[in-house]
Write a protein that binds this ligand. Sequence first.
Ligand SMILES: *Cc1c(COP(=O)(O)O)cnc(C)c1O
Length: 458
Amino acid sequence: MNLPYAEPYKIKMVEQIYNSTREQREKWIKDAHYNLFNLRSSQVFVDLLTDSGTGAMSDKQWAEMMLGDESYAGASSYYKMKDAIKNIFGFDYFLPTHQGRAAENVLFSTIVKAGDIVPGNSHFDTTKGHIEFRNATAVDCTIDEAFDTTIDHPFKGNLDLNKLEHVLSTNPKENIPFIIVTITCNSSGGQPVSIANMKAVKEMALTYGIPVFYDSARFAENAYFIKLREKGYENYTIKEIVREMYRYADGMTMSSKKDAIVNMGGFIGMRSEELFRKASVYNIMFEGFITYGGMSGRDMNALAQGLNEATEFEYLESRVGQVEYLGKKCMEYGIPIQFPIGGHAVFVDAKKMLPRLPKEEFAAQTLAVELYLEGGVRGVEIGAVLADRDPKTRENRYPALELLRLAIPRRTYTNNHMEYVAASLKNVAERCDNIKRGLKIVYEAPIMRHFTVEFEKL
Ligand SMILES: *Cc1c(COP(=O)(O)O)cnc(C)c1O
């Protein structure tokens, strides 16, 4: 008999979670105005809201916490983080920040000005927010295949080189501060970018004299997909693949809450000393002195250790494997999901599950509420609520896809939890015909409305 797969870790500490009754959940979600961000975590059984900062640290990371050096300047923890960044990515310069969007704030304050254009593959919402906040424009150059959930393509995060060249050739160089490549591409479903694409982007960028930055939150999951799917890299270690990926980048922004497996943290990595000096000014203003930038010494230690663990094949096999486990279970139950399955989340196609719901009634948000009512499972809407209103016309923007994202925290749940989530979804799918109406917005903020929006059931 072939031996089945088993996780490369055992559990040393557990945290109790409680399930609830449907009756309780009906009251709680109504009180939360049908916005799952307003629920208390104690009202949730399996929490798949995000994989950001929600992972479980290892015994070695906890041990590192105790060794943290809390000196204001020049702490050994800073040097541990510096060495890890140099070894893993090859960058000589870095600035610590308290999370990913803070890295964006510091870097973009340094190099983005009003009127600029920042091309990339489906920019993450905080990235786009920080670009638009500076009256600059994010131009999405992702390949068309990414926008059809049924097309099987190994690297749906890739940039379309024709789209990119069009942006680079029709705008003055002074207005394009950099190209941003998001790995994996969160907004298109945790889809990876190939090394061939990274190389081609860098070559094109060089001919136009424009730097390339990687938005690197899930760089290790991206490397894992390269090992599995890209010819020529089968025998590389994950760390070798990561080094190869970053040969084609001039810098990176990082949300360490993802692939550095810590609860809080971030950084900017870069090659240029000049950029480092300029960005240091903003880092000191917004984040803190350049040897801690919004992080405690103990957190920098855990981050350095986390980077090393996240770039091990066995870890990634179990991490991405668990996401695939949930995705395959959903497919077995006939639930329409984004294909191929991404690295950190399963994306359910809500329009296919609730085809009769008009777009004004928010199919993905409706489905998220139904899944919570069914099993106390919290996912998140990636659809018209998140897409927000057009900043100029103030009309609702309706994206091509209405998705319910089930993001899986790292090393946190077992595959039994995944079985539970898939079964809850199956039960919702079976009564979809009876879900005839969706939700109506009764309150929304002028920007990034999804966090605080309030709904009424129609
Ligand atoms: C999470 C994320 C960010 C922002 O990071 P925070 O740590 O949440 O501020 C930026 N880009 C991508 C691709 C992300 O996934």
